[in-house]
Write a protein that binds this ligand. Structure first.
Ligand code: P1T
Length: 419
């Protein structure tokens, strides 16, 4: 514990110095920050332009109990620090911490709670997050309420209790792409009790299109596994915050629990961030085109994409986001699982797989894949039916993707008629 305090102090010291350097620079755009913040060549011996990967698990101490900057790699290492600084700058946060997965970040945060505490979560939440709340946290005596925060956000106050410690917002949600008003919910929750933490899972929008801390949230979570890394080759998560107190508490838990990423993975995510802006712009351009195409399609019941005017919360989208990613959800006509499966199996360029946000297009059936752990009745209430398909539009030629979709839809529906 004492050793950790000393390393925290040094980390803060270094952050202060970095912050001072940063303040002297003119205000920069997210594209510039992604490339430069935390990457100053002067930090490394030999002034390497690309941050080196530091694989050391431990660091020589000046004398026993006196580490220089780092002591043991679980507490921090140069590659992880470089990534955490870069991530913080993109989210316009003071601090960022990284973890071995998105759920690793969530689990670490759960250690801020104790038996008897209460979580209010948006109802349409990533299946794994819901499973952690319902199955694991319930076992530890932490109760969760699942609430629709999209249509009537002010009703959030009806779900808060003296024991509520955390309000968990995922916006846009996975897989139904519902939006929650971050500013309004944060204001109402903090008015009820300023100590309740408001967290936004920003995985689907990324720091490029939405910055919840600027809207009043206390914490932002990312599954970096998705768009932020963007190459489907790393599983990692992060938490970002402005409060020094939260940073110190969560920094301690990061170290004490140990769900930390490897330096090699930190290097990869740091590299992925360099193209975040260009990737996100292209994901959005292609997704919007495909969403509009599907909107008119005779075999499609409904298309959900926040950037479409027909999205029920299009006004909120324009207010709190500057764009959206490549995530589209659609209902096939007929709500027939066999038809959905035939469509997915026929696709050549879209790969049927869980996950999202990489340069390659992925597709899945939430009801039997990512959200199979959601209790069936809750799934039905939400609208996660057999006809619901989630697409992650990648960076392939968009006409190729449209052709693949068209041919496969024809195939899925023709076969049904024949049968
Ligand atoms: O997979 P991991 O890095 O642990 O991240 C968990 C997570 C958290 N939040 C959101 C919004 C997510 O979508 C995820 C992971 N989601 C999938 C694997 C998926 O296919 O939806």
């Amino acid at each position: 514990m004492e050793r950790y305090v000393s390393s925290t102090f040094q980390r803060d010291d270094k952050n202060e110095e970095m912050k001072r350097n940063h303040e002297q620079m003119p205000r920069t755009g997210i594209e510039t920050d992604a490339i430069h913040v935390g990457q100053e060549p002067e930090r490394w011996p030999g002034h390497a332009v690309i941050p080196p990967i530091s694989m050391a698990t431990t660091f020589k101490q000046l004398e026993p109990g006196k580490p220089l900057l780092y002591e043991y790699s679980r507490c921090g290492n140069p590659t992880r620090q470089c990534l955490e600084e870069c991530l913080a700058s993109l989210e316009k946060a003071k601090y960022a911490l990284t973890f071995s997965s998105g759920l690793g970040a969530t689990t670490t945060l759960m250690f801020m709670l104790k038996s008897g505490d209460h979580i209010v979560s948006i109802d349409d939440v990533y299946g794994g997050t819901g499973r952690l709340f319902r199955r694991c946290m319930a076992q530890m005596g932490v109760e969760s309420s699942f609430v629709d925060m999209s249509m009537d956000p002010s009703s959030i106050v009806n779900h808060l209790k003296p024991t509520t410690r955390l309000v968990w917002i995922e916006t846009p949600t996975n897989p139904l792409l519902k939006l929650a008003d971050i500013e309004l919910i944060s204001t109402l929750v903090h008015k009820y009790d300023p100590k309740i933490m408001v967290l936004v899972d920003n995985t689907f929008a990324t720091s490029y299109y939405q910055r919840p801390l600027e809207l009043g949230a206390d914490l932002v979570l990312h599954s970096l596994t998705k768009y932020m890394n963007g190459h489907s080759d790393v599983v990692m998560g992060s938490l970002m915050m402005n409060s020094e107190e939260l940073y110190k508490q969560l920094g301690f838990l990061q170290y004490a629990i140990g769900a930390v990423p490897s330096p090699f993975d930190c290097y990869l995510v740091n590299r992925g961030l360099k193209t975040l802006a260009v990737r996100m712009r292209q994901h959005m351009t292609s997704a919007l085109l495909i969403a509009k195409y599907l909107e008119q399609h005779k075999y499609i019941e409904r298309v959900i994409y926040p950037g479409l005017e027909c999205h029920p919360q299009y006004e909120l989208y324009k207010k709190q986001m500057s764009g959206f990613s490549g995530m589209i959800s659609v209902y096939l006509k007929g709500d027939d699982v066999e038809k959905s499966k035939r469509f997915l199996k026929h696709l050549k360029l879209f790969t049927t797989a869980e996950s999202l946000g990489g340069y390659e297009s992925l597709i899945e059936l939430p009801a039997i894949m990512t959200h199979a752990s959601v209790p069936e009745e809750h799934r039905r209430q939400l609208g996660i039916t057999d006809g619901l398909i989630r697409m992650s539009i990648g960076l392939e030629d968009v006409q190729d993707l449209l052709d693949d979709i068209e041919v496969s839809l024809q195939y899925a529906f023709l076969n049904t008629i024949e049968k």
